[in-house]
Design a protein around this ligand. Structure first.
Ligand SMILES: Nc1nc2c(ncn2[C@@H]2O[C@H](COP(=O)(O)OP(=O)(O)OP(=O)(O)O)[C@@H](O)[C@H]2O)c(=O)[nH]1
Ligand SMILES: [Mg+2]
Length: 437
């Protein structure tokens, strides 16, 4: 998939429209960085220069400085100590609760004209993860029922036990409440990181994060534009209100995109485009490992320029795509295949969205990783005990050999005492919770 094909230069165009006005409520450092990137989108559209806005909430004042804010319609709201929540979800939750009234006022001010709000948090830390449940409750109680969804990142395996268990603890609660929420978009940091590092082996973690945030922002914007901007070709139809239904469907949303050069689509040769389309649906853009069979809704949009549309948008073509989607999501109540003409399109672009899904297998992997780390911790403690018994064993032996020497016996017991204290201290150091921050 080449970049020129994937980007379509949507941002530089003035002839596009948006399905929905999104507002982004960022929580914690990751949540605020992603929300800011999404709300920073600038277009050339008249009266739509900045189609989105944002409210950024964090307990760490320094982190606010690191966020690149271009859109004047992004507001920052500091809560808590100003020093962060130190990966403690209770501290994050309490900071949010203590400033609840400020949050309500800011939400009303910022989001009064928004069609849909995305609560954005990086799962694993203290502030975003700790506030997310309270933020859900707050929007729900203050006039935004069914008008908000979640964008949550899943941590990478190497981020450690605290991060993974924080993320899982809150995911458990969120999954219980899932039926009452709009859609949830999961961003699998491990998936995006693996892909990014393969292509950019010398890049830093912060470069990865920047890339991932831009990628999330572009993906959402593209979907929002595609469903509103282009002329439907033929009878098939998928409009802004259907897009709205899709993102308001409770459950997880899986997004996929596939772009291919026009000349590569040979209608007489299905293998020229169907297998990579299927593959793109399975591998998703931001996360994968979904049981698509559970999807409640699905939608596919295909975009091509006029010349290509006339050649490829035949009944047989849409029929084949319909079969693929139907095969993957037999229970979906609606699954339109919509074809559009974009005069300026280079290549043919397929966007597929599945809504109402359960959590993906990546969450199982995180549960397993969490168990592995806990076992490792237990083993480590056991090994400490072995070390202690070995120490006693050596000493006893020495005592036996020199049992008639009182001085040396005393000095041995003294030194053994001080060794014990030393060991206790070093053990304390190893388990100092500050090291976990
Ligand atoms: N994709 C992406 N993920 C991020 C980014 N920043 C953080 N994350 C993820 O989000 C998780 C939580 O980190 P933060 O958002 O920094 O934590 P926080 O909510 O500020 O919590 P505290 O610092 O403990 O108060 C991390 O473990 C990462 O996996 C980001 O810019 N992009
Ligand atoms: Mg933080």
């Amino acid at each position: 998939m080449s970049t020129t094909l994937t980007q379509q230069k949507l941002l530089d165009r003035s002839d596009i429209s948006f399905s929905m006005k999104f507002g982004y409520l960022g929580l914690g450092m990751g949540g605020c960085s992603i929300a800011a990137e999404c709300a920073n989108i600038k277009t050339n559209v008249k009266n739509g220069n900045y189609p989105y806005n944002g409210l950024l909430i964090n307990t760490n004042n320094m982190d606010f400085e690191k966020i690149n804010i271009k859109n004047p319609n992004i507001e920052k709201l500091p809560i808590g100590s100003g020093k962060g929540a130190g990966r403690d979800i209770e501290v994050g939750e309490n900071a949010f609760l203590d400033h609840q009234n400020d949050v309500i006022s800011a939400v009303k001010r910022q989001f009064m004209d928004r069609d849909f709000i995305w609560i954005v948090a990086g799962l694993g830390g203290g502030t975003g993860t700790g506030s997310v449940i309270e933020a859900i409750k707050l929007l729900h109680k203050n006039g935004y029922q069914r008008k908000f969804g979640l964008i949550l990142t899943l941590p990478r395996n190497k981020e450690g036990a605290t991060v993974i268990s924080n993320a899982l603890e809150r995911l458990q609660k969120i999954s219980q409440a899932m039926k009452g929420l709009g859609s949830i978009i999961l961003v699998d940091n491990q998936k995006l990181y693996d892909k990014y590092i393969k292509q950019n082996p010398n890049a830093s973690l912060s470069e990865y994060l920047e890339f991932s945030n831009q990628f999330i922002s572009d993906t959402l914007h593209e979907l929002n534009v595609v469903t509103a901007s282009f002329k439907p070709y033929g009878d098939s139809h998928f409009d802004s209100s259907e897009f709205e239904n899709l993102i308001k469907t409770p459950g997880v949303l899986s997004l996929s995109k596939f772009s291919i050069e026009e000349r590569k689509i040979d209608l007489e040769n299905e293998s020229s485009y169907l297998p990579p389309l299927e593959e793109s649906i399975e591998s998703g853009i931001l996360s994968d490992g979904y049981k698509l069979k559970n999807a409640q809704r699905a939608a596919t949009s295909v975009i091509a320029n006029k010349y290509t549309a006339e050649r490829i948008f035949t009944l047989g073509f849409t029929d084949r795509i319909e079969n693929i989607v139907d095969d993957k999501a037999p229970l979906a109540g609606e699954k339109p295949i919509a074809t559009y003409v974009d005069e300026k399109a280079k290549g043919v672009h397929f966007y597929t969205v599945f809504a109402g899904l359960n959590l993906p297998t990546r969450v199982n992997e995180l549960v397993k990783e969490n168990e592995r780390l806990m076992e490792l911790q237990e083993k480590e403690t056991e090994e400490d005990d072995v070390f202690a018994s070995l120490q006693t064993f050596t000493r006893k032996k020495r005592i036996d050999n020199e049992s008639d020497d009182l001085d040396s016996l005393l000095s041995t017991s003294n030194s053994s005492k001080s060794q014990d204290t030393d060991k206790k201290n070093s053990k304390d150091e190893i388990h100092n919770p500050i090291d976990d921050l």
